[in-house]
Design a protein around this ligand. Structure first.
Ligand SMILES: NC(=O)c1ccc[n+]([C@@H]2O[C@H](COP(=O)([O-])OP(=O)(O)OC[C@H]3O[C@@H](n4cnc5c(N)ncnc54)[C@H](OP(=O)(O)O)[C@@H]3O)[C@@H](O)[C@H]2O)c1
Length: 182
């Protein structure tokens, strides 16, 4: 059965990028690619990828800097109100349609696999608002930034299901119980 999962790395103080959309604080951390809650195992179960415009723009900048190609073979949706450069050969759909509509398309395309909400935090929050976010998997890096792009700017009740250490990170898996207080 498809789960919709926000799988993300965060600072200890709840930021997923710094104020300038840099991930330098993250990319320098030690990680065990075969360790608990690792990316390779996760992405193997993902059938559709969803992200916001800033995340897409970070990926484009990263490609320019590293020469890497588009990282996802899965159908991908980018939420944006603006024209964005396409990626040759990649299955990317730019959308500003309502979240439930896009989610239904993504679940269908995922064909039984999971749907990954890459970020940012407010987009993950929009899925939670619509009751469409099932799980959070957060890898906490041993760093604080004081400011930046927020992990998940909502009031939600979560149930902790799993914790583990992966090299420098504390990895934690949560079920989304619902909007706090409801
Ligand atoms: N640490 C990690 O694991 C991780 C994971 C993911 C992302 N990141 C980073 O975190 C940062 C996130 O940036 P962000 O907070 O700005 O979030 P974002 O979701 O990447 O981008 C936000 C933008 O997406 C568009 N958008 C969002 N919801 C929409 C909707 N319902 N319909 C249409 N467009 C919508 C809007 O852009 P427009 O209206 O301007 O088009 C909005 O300004 C980025 O730097 C990213 O690289 C880190």
């Amino acid at each position: 059965m498809t789960s919709t999962i926000y799988y993300v790395a965060s600072t200890l103080d709840g930021f997923i990028a710094d104020q300038h959309h840099s991930l330098d604080w993250l990319l320098k951390q030690d990680i065990d690619q075969q360790g608990p809650m690792n990316y390779t195992d996760f992405i193997g179960e993902v059938g559709a990828v969803l992200m916001g415009a800033s995340t897409y723009e970070w990926l484009l900048r990263h490609q320019t800097e590293t020469g890497e190609s588009w990282p996802y073979t899965q159908p991908s949706w980018v939420f944006t109100h603006r024209d964005q450069p396409a990626q040759p050969g990649a299955d990317i759909r730019f959308t500003s349609a309502p979240v439930p509509e896009v989610h239904a398309e993504a679940v269908k395309a995922a064909n039984g696999k999971d749907v990954w909400v890459v970020g940012g935090g407010d987009l993950a929050g929009q899925f939670a608002d619509a009751g469409l976010l099932d799980e959070l998997v957060v890898s906490y890096a041993p760093v604080t930034l004081g400011a930046g792009a927020p992990l998940l700017p909502r009031r939600l009740d979560l149930r902790l299901r799993e914790t583990a250490r992966n090299a420098a990170f504390i990895a934690a898996r949560y079920d989304v119980v619902g909007i706090a207080g409801r």
